[in-house]
Design a protein around this ligand. Structure first.
Ligand code: UGA
Length: 466
């Protein structure tokens, strides 16, 4: 099938490359000419596992790029809109890019197309897209509007696309349903998984495609992200209680998550959720719910707990190192989560900024996100290191702010020797407290009582203020 994808951002690029992987002929349309030049030269402009492999397979063959929307959509049967929907100052999603694309498609409509909204948008956006296209003069017989929300996580987006739990397609007419069924048929009929060259991944069988109304599909996206965010805020609330009474949140999570009605995924406490999706989507969902006169208290609480989680972590650092002024703190992790270079709404970035404003000196290491962090942290001065051990040399404490797998594999004894004061403050619960203690480090984590390593003989003690 011929497919156009408008907007070669994160969702657009992954979707375009995966559609090509499924055997479709795909044109990705991007108006940022610098990015377009990169794409033409075969470069993948984002850090995403497996995406380069898909580019190697399909770019220039089944996956082409253009900045010309009318050219790009000319032969397409399905046009996916994947432009950004950033938050507006009042918390609503800014849908001006979606509107502009809808208008452009309307002006260039020469053959029948299904216009599919894939960016995360509030419920009723497809209705507005349809209206905008009609007002722009599009022939109503030549188009229908559908919703096909994505559930891609940064870092595992290609596998999430090719091995989804479910595919949600919101349609209000038979034609859209048949076109979108055909788009995803290599996954739903299992033929993709039987290919020798299929990207490997875990599947419990061919995924289910769930056809709903357009409005229901739009709601499913916001409701899914809001629920996951709420699950994280919930466990962070439990973690605070667990810490206060000296219980162990790992054991609590294991016990709670073992109930199959709850499940143990997205039940890890930490420094709060970040990224370009959860914070924005919870806010936008709350905004639309409020505008519709519905109660959104649960969403407000989710956001408040998330913000407090960052405050509590800064408080924890203060408690561990006493005065922040003049302290040298090694920070591991700046990305909003492990496996990505993305620092948007990263709790790590906010925490670093606050610690610096309180007088601490930061030396930070992240395996992928340093360049992006530098662009974001222009208002403060911090040192960057290209090695996690070097970052710790002479520091008064080590702070772990991102759940990178490689951090959990660090040699704790070596870290203890490099640090000036053997203090590990772990915002992601990456370590086993007994192993940390054995390595000679004092350990503060989330939802567990702090553990003290044996103090050195008094003449070896180095006061913090020196
Ligand atoms: C999220 C959703 O998981 C995707 O399904 C969705 O498609 C995507 O948003 C989107 O709307 O485009 P993503 O933002 O890539 O994906 O990141 P997640 O893996 O969901 O993590 C979000 C945040 O929650 C991170 O800061 C992470 O550290 C935090 N988190 C996650 C926790 O604190 N605890 C957990 O147990 C899980």
């Amino acid at each position: 099938m011929k497919i156009a994808v408008v907007g070669a951002g994160y969702v657009g690029l992954v979707s375009a490359a995966c559609f090509a992987e499924l055997g479709h002929e795909v044109v990705a349309i991007e108006n940022d000419l610098e990015k377009l030049a990169q794409l033409h030269s075969g470069c993948v402009p984002i850090h995403e596992n497996l995406l380069s492999e898909l580019f190697l397979r399909h770019a220039g063959i089944r996956l082409t790029f253009t900045s010309d929307i009318s050219d790009g959509i000319r032969n397409a049967e399905a046009v996916f809109i994947t432009v950004g929907t950033p938050p507006a100052p009042n918390g609503d999603a800014d849908l001006s890019f979606v509107e502009a694309v809808a208008r452009e498609i309307a002006c260039d409509l020469q053959s029948r197309k299904v216009v599919v909204e894939k960016s995360t948008v509030p419920v009723r956006t497809c209705e507005a897209v349809r209206r905008t296209m009609l007002l722009a003069g599009a022939d109503r017989r030549l188009f229908s509007v559908a919703s096909n929300p994505e559930f891609l996580r940064e870092g595992t987006a290609v596998s999430d696309f090719l091995y989804p739990d479910r595919i949600v397609v919101g349609v209000d007419d038979e034609y859209s349903r048949s076109v979108l069924a055909a788009v995803y048929s290599p996954l739903t009929n299992g033929s993709y998984y039987r290919r020798d060259d299929a990207i490997p991944g875990y599947s419990a069988g061919a995924p289910r495609i769930l056809f709903t109304s357009v409005k229901s599909a739009e709601l499913i996206k916001h409701a899914s992200n809001a629920f996951l965010a709420m699950k994280i805020s919930f466990i962070n609330t439990v973690a605070a209680v667990s810490e206060a009474v000296g219980a162990d949140i790992r054991q609590v999570c294991e016990g709670v998550g073992a109930d199959s009605r709850i499940g143990n995924r997205f039940l890890n406490p930490g420094i709060g959720y970040g990224g370009s999706c959860f914070p924005k989507d919870v806010l936008a969902f709350r905004s639309i719910a409020t505008q519709l006169g519905c109660d959104a208290e649960l969403l407000t609480a989710t956001m408040n707990v998330n913000q407090r989680q960052r405050d509590r972590f800064v408080e924890k650092v203060r408690h561990a190192v006493w005065n922040l002024r003049g302290k040298r703190l090694a920070v591991l992790g700046l990305a909003f989560k492990g496996g990505t270079d993305d620092t948007r709404e990263s709790p790590a970035i906010e925490i670093v900024r606050r610690l610096v404003k309180e007088g601490a000196q930061i030396v930070a290491y992240d395996p992928a996100a340093v360049e992006r962090a530098k662009r974001e942290l222009t208002d403060i001065e911090i040192e960057y290191s290209d090695d996690p051990y070097e970052a710790c040399r002479g520091a008064d404490a080590l702070l772990v702010l991102t759940e990178w797998q490689l951090f959990s594999e660090l040699d704790l004894r070596r870290l203890a020797q490099l640090l000036r004061c053997p203090m590990l403050i772990d915002g992601r619960n990456l370590f086993d407290p007994s192993e940390v203690k054995e390595a000679g480090l004092h350990y503060h984590s989330i939802g567990r009582r702090e553990s003290e390593a044996p103090l050195p003989e008094s003449e070896e003690l180095v006061p913090w203020h020196q």
